[in-house]
Ligand binder design. Sequence first.
Ligand code: PMV
Length: 363
Amino acid sequence: MTAQDFIFTYSLDKLPKGNATWQSPSNIALVKYWGKKENQIPANPSISFTLDTCKTTTSIEFQPKDASTEKNNDFDFEFYFEGKKKEDFKPKITTFFERISNYCPYLKNLQLNIHSENSFPHSSGIASSASGMSALALCVMSIEKELNPEISEEHFYKKASFLARLGSGSACRSVKGSLVVWGAHAEIEESSDLYGVPYSEEVHEIFKNYQDTILLVDKGEKQVSSSVGHNLMHGHPFAEQRFNQAHENLSKLRPIFKEGDLKKFIEIVESEALTLHAMMMSSMPYFILMKPNTLEIINKIWKFRETTGLPVCFTLDAGANVHVLYPNKNKVEILEFIKNELIEHCQNKQYIIDNVGIGSNKL
Ligand code: PMV
């Protein structure tokens, strides 16, 4: 498929009125996306676990613009976050609508009221853009379905992921579960730079209900945003090696997913997390998003793993928080370890118990 396949070509004569609500989760990458080309095309393929508890619920009310605004070419919408009108969120949504307006021309003919809320604490530092942008993209697709009821389910979800990608790259991996690949990879059929696809090869039982306990180490505003970080991969001295390594790590994960080899799984996942942060530390300008408590937690996880032999590991996203990953069958012992030893390093002792989920759903 090409981007052209997502251009909406149906009639706009009869504009719809109605509403739609979608819930969409966050996701955590195992092989990281870091670096992009124009139009949110990833510099390397990535794979993530879709999460379950951390999600955004977004409702959209849509109706034809009224006579006073129908002639102008602006997007006409209001945005409410957790019940309150949020003017400061509007520029981000306007940018998103601009990026997708070629593919969704109907947006300029509608008046929209968007209501959104997160299941996780606001500004907890966890990636709300993945759940938020995917939920919004799915709502947009529900409008499209009103205009073209013939749309196939496959196209609906592919285009939702395609649109979500244009909002925030990693958001395209949140539409479906439970392992999602985004970015063309030679060995993974159907993988595409344009949207996320569910990983369709054999996956061992052990990964089916994998746990992710998110330790909220630092809830403050990040000093360097993801988009600035991605851009610093242009001209980065290690960029090419890093992009090749991501391809290789995804190849190595295929037999690991099949056989359930947790030792090798842990090796790749932790190496990916540290490589992501090593890219930040070696870009120009350089920066560090980990905090002292991030390192305290990592060291305690290593020590606990060494003494107990339990298969617990960590990963990081573009921030200081730590995602603690482990199989469901070890949940009792590992949660006890987390509560006894790790949460003291979290801001206000806050953490979120999550697990692998199945993707978005329409309410
Ligand atoms: O989707 P963005 O632009 O917020 O980038 C996210 C990048 C990482 O979370 C660091 C890695 C990933 O693949 O999710």
